[in-house]
Design a protein around this ligand. Structure first.
Ligand code: SER
Length: 321
């Protein structure tokens, strides 16, 4: 199968932080009517609703997915629905149900219906406290201490099993924290790197829930969208990995981010009051080695820290002031 076999796409979790922007980009590339957005509960934006088909459904109700696949003749699925790390620690059973049972349901549907291709994201949360923190290799210790991380490691293994055992062409990458201006993230440990912009622009102050010296890998949304689509469109013959690609773009401390924002918003004050999310952040790497993604499908990020901060402030300021 080649990328030209991807004609009719379904994005599950299309109202979420990544799904909302991914759906719009996929519609621009594949045609509005060929990209079906699926949401579970949250009201979709007018632009999402008016630019192409929308269906209600969720991964824990496989019949709703099958109905959408049949109705729209879907051949390719982006499974973007997930419970993130912080909510996952408060509701571990829910995280398991959505991230694990939901993935299993979707893999079974992909196998039975012989879908062309499927995307399921993994995360830097697949790593744990015993993983080397700097330049974290592609192949390394995967012993996470959060339920979210457990579901991501198990999900990578399950997806790779479906590829080897059943020939389901399922692909995935280990997203770092994603910074975006359209839709707020929901319930992750890296959410401070988005919230800080809203508070800086609106109130010139922010109380950050991790320490000033906390360094985590991050990525700006345009790079995240490119990485996701590039991996999905990559030639299968060139891939040695499938569901577990390291991808890197930026790594900075919370303090460095605040400093960069201050260059645009003089007088911005950031305080630091770490909560339970600090422990999660401390269990994750600082920087990532993404040479496998670069070699196998040509991954290259575009945004650096100053470029990302400038663009975020430019996009958000007119909406928030
Ligand atoms: N942004 C995610 C989280 O913080 C990481 O994958 O949970």
């Amino acid at each position: 199968m080649t990328s030209s076999d991807m004609k009719r796409l379904l994005v599950i979790g299309a109202v979420g932080q990544i799904g909302s922007e991914l759906t719009m980009e996929l519609r621009a590339r594949y045609g509005n009517d060929n990209v079906v957005a699926m949401g579970r509960k949250t009201k979709p934006s007018e632009s999402l609703l008016n630019s192409g088909p929308f269906e209600w459904g969720n991964v824990n109700d496989p019949e709703s997915i099958i109905a959408a696949i049949e109705k729209h003749d879907i051949d390719t699925v982006y499974l973007m629905a997930a419970i993130l790390s912080a909510v996952g620690e408060q509701k571990p059973q829910l995280a398991y149900d959505v991230n694990m049972n939901g993935l299993y349901n979707m893999l079974e549907i992909a196998r039975e219906r012989e879908l062309t291709r499927m995307m399921v994201p993994s995360s830097i949360a697949a790593f744990g406290p015993e993983t080397p923190k700097d330049n974290t290799p592609q192949e390394t210790v995967l012993r996470p201490t959060t339920m979210y991380g457990v579901t991501k490691v198990a999900g990578e293994l399950l997806a790779d099993y479906y590829f080897k055992r059943f020939g389901v062409d399922v692909r995935g990458l280990r997203y770092p924290g994603i910074i975006s201006s359209e839709t707020l993230p929901g319930g992750g440990t890296t959410d401070y790197a988005v919230e800080i912009f809203y508070e800086a622009i609106k109130n010139k102050r922010y109380t950050c829930f991790v320490r000033e010296d906390t360094v985590l890998p991050m990525m700006y949304m345009p790079d995240c969208i490119n990485a996701t689509i590039q991996l999905m469109e990559a030639d299968l013959g060139k891939l040695k990995h499938h569901s577990d690609f390291n991808v890197a773009a930026l790594s900075f401390s919370a303090g460095e981010l605040a400093e960069e924002i201050r260059k645009h918003i003089p007088g911005f004050e950031c305080a630091y009051e770490p909560d339970f999310r600090q422990q999660i952040a401390d269990s994750w790497p600082r920087t990532i080695d993404d040479s496998a993604a670069r070699e196998e499908w040509g991954w290259r990020p575009e945004y650096d820290l100053p470029g990302m901060v400038e663009d975020m402030i430019e996009k958000l300021t007119p909406r928030l002031t």
